[in-house]
Design a protein around this ligand. Structure first.
Ligand code: NAD
Length: 297
């Protein structure tokens, strides 16, 4: 019987485990603060930011929101980041991606103080992750690690195929899974848009993490029986619904579920974990900055 992994339930459990950390910080006089910066009028970006802010408010993390006109000069964003870097009430800074074309995304990520880089995208934090001394693990791959752990999916010695090589999901996922750690020790293959014969790779996998941004790229015929399937994709496809679209993953759910041992749905799989791990990183940032040990879960 295929297990449908309930990401909301796992996220709720981790969130509950974060509450004592907030209490410890409160006893030490610190309320974690997360600054979100939105420089876009893209509806999906607005939705993501408002979900992150709501999650902060529900847990008791201060949410400080900044919006910039998408046509504003890049310097307006750099100046805002500089202000937030210097603000002691702000422990974490999240600049929502994507950014307008005239703004150099890498320069923005490098402008954020690495001690406040709760997305974990600053090269200093990427370097720390790769060398096995992570400060902030990027939220989506970290959430997937937590999800695999919660489901009892053994990664040690497992063949894991990561489909996608982005700096946000694919590469940090692969880096986390190869680390010498209880949630690592996997043999990882990274596939991408130039991979020859993707199906041959996924059929050999014990675990497939699909993060290609291609609707229903992976179907049941590309999987072996017993695979654990983690679907990161969130793709809008035209549909006869009120909004005119529906969300589908990178995995064709019905046929994949017939083969998989366990599978995440879209929505309700990886997404909730991404937000929870942002809360986790914000608490970690506050604890590091206040020099208070909070024993994170
Ligand atoms: P991206 O576009 O930056 O990267 C996609 C990667 O997939 C690239 O490395 C590309 O080489 C690879 N790829 C593209 N077509 C492929 C193909 N046919 N075969 C194999 N590989 C292929 O995207 P991203 O930011 O990594 O996001 C990937 C997906 O995950 C998107 O749908 C995005 O919306 C979703 N996402 C979800 C969450 C979440 O919390 N659920 C978080 C981040 C991203």
């Amino acid at each position: 019987m295929t297990r449908i992994i309930d990401g909301n339930e796992i996220a709720d459990r981790i969130t509950a485990d974060l509450e004592p950390c907030l209490e410890t910080l409160a006893d030490a006089g610190t309320t974690p603060g997360l600054a979100t910066v939105l420089m876009s009028d893209d509806g999906a970006s607005e939705t993501y930011v408002s979900m992150k802010r709501q999650a902060c408010n529900e847990l008791g993390i201060e949410s400080i929101h900044h919006e910039l006109d998408p046509d504003a000069p890049a310097d307006a964003l750099f100046d805002r980041i500089d202000e937030l870097n210097g603000d002691p009430a702000v422990h974490g800074i999240l600049v929502q991606l994507p950014l307008p074309d005239h703004v150099d995304r890498q320069a923005v990520l490098e402008r954020i103080d690495p001690r406040k880089d709760v997305d974990g995208f600053h090269p200093e934090n990427v370097g720390r992750l790769v060398t096995g001394t992570p400060r902030f693990k990027p939220c989506t791959p970290h959430g997937i690690q937590k999800l695999l752990e919660a489901e009892g999916v053994e990664t040690e010695g497992a063949d894991v195929v990561v489909v996608g090589r982005s700096n946000i999901v694919g590469k940090p996922m692969a880096n986390l899974l190869v680390q010498k750690s209880d949630t690592g020790n996997a043999t990882v293959t990274v596939c991408h848009s130039r991979t020859d014969d993707l199906a041959a790779k996924t059929r050999d996998a014990d675990v497939v993490v699909a993060a290609a941004g291609v609707p229903e790229l992976i179907d049941g015929s590309m999987l072996s029986p017993g695979t654990t399937v983690i679907d990161v994709g969130v793709n809008r496809v035209d549909a006869d619904t009120e909004k005119g679209y529906e969300l589908v993953g990178d995995v064709e759910f019905e046929s994949a579920a017939e083969k998989a041992d366990a599978i995440t749905p879209v929505p309700g799989g990886v997404g909730p974990l991404t937000i929870t791990m942002l809360l986790y990183n914000t608490i970690k940032a506050a604890s590091l900055q206040a020099d208070v040990d909070v024993s994170l879960p």
